[in-house]
Write a protein that binds this ligand. Sequence first.
Ligand SMILES: [Mg+2]
Length: 393
Amino acid sequence: MAELWFNPASLHFQTIHVRGKTDWISFELADADGVSGAGEITSTQLDRDVAPVVARLANKLRGERLTSDEDVLHLNRLTPADLEENVLLASAISGLRCAVADALAKRAGLPLHAYIRRLHGHSGDAPAAVRLYANINRSMLPDDRGPMDRSPESFRKMAERAMADGFTTAKCAPFDECRAPFPQIGLPHAAAPGLDRVRAAKDAAGPNRTLYVDCHSRFDLNSAFDIGEELKVAGAGWYEEPVDPIGDTDAMRQIHARSPLPNAGAEKGYGVAVFKRLIEDDVLDIVMPDVKFCGGPVEAYRIGIELEPGHPGSVSMHCPSGPLSLLASAHATTAFGNVLPLEHAVYEVEWRREVMEPFEEIRDGEFLIPDGPGLGARVDPVMVETHGRRWEE
Ligand SMILES: [Mg+2]
């Protein structure tokens, strides 16, 4: 494996307009022999353009023989500590590491998950089917015509649709009206509509299926304890990010110490060390590395392999993005033998599965990994032409 190398010579970007403020942005690095690797840099969680940063970092790779995805860091003289502090840079590096790992796996003639496992000395194949949970939230964000219905009834219908499609776990982010600090101590009045949405979605899921609740760091120490109690009564399965576990670690640790539900979070963390600290210092029960921020699929695998043996069910990959990210995440998560499901943002756009070539296959709540080398699928240039644009750097 060590003698495999990839010499990136060209770079192009592509964007696909999904709906409202969402565009799926990705890029491809290619060498002179036509071997290529891809990474997604959709920036809906950043509101900053990652493409110029990718272009700048990729310049340092041209003409070099890359033998590992980590060469992206070394050649740019960056350390994991630099990336822990800078989410924009972490996103660009994660995309590039994904693209290089994809290209090297193609060189090895192996699916990415098998390449990652061989690289780390694991024998045996990982399952090619990965259990997903349905994040229904993005399907109710504004589309090109304007705001969508975010009533409890609308949450109920989306949760019902996910269950009818075979998912056994859904997730919502219901607290639109909340933003700490609040005028009162304890349960904020502004949380009432969000709790109604949770109850409606949980009612649709029923007692035997699970509803995770994401709070998008909208609470604080004064409100988070009561929100946790209310979510427990409403039957939620986990309590995600009442505060930002990376930016506000002390508050999150205190909330976690008294939380009646498992706490999940840390979607913008980079590197094994950050996630390990959050679990070992009792800040969270479940860390959520995102392939777009955490360092890409190889690093996501390392996070899983580091934490899962000692803390089973402590890693659930975060993925509110496009089909390229979901594909890379599925490779990483199956490679480390995930216990918890992988996130999938459902029902954002009806033609989603056709974005990839071959098509994205999701059946009965499971993602089916294509069996070709590398990621095993690419963003279809015809879909880029129809729904977006392509540009060179
Ligand atoms: Mg989240």
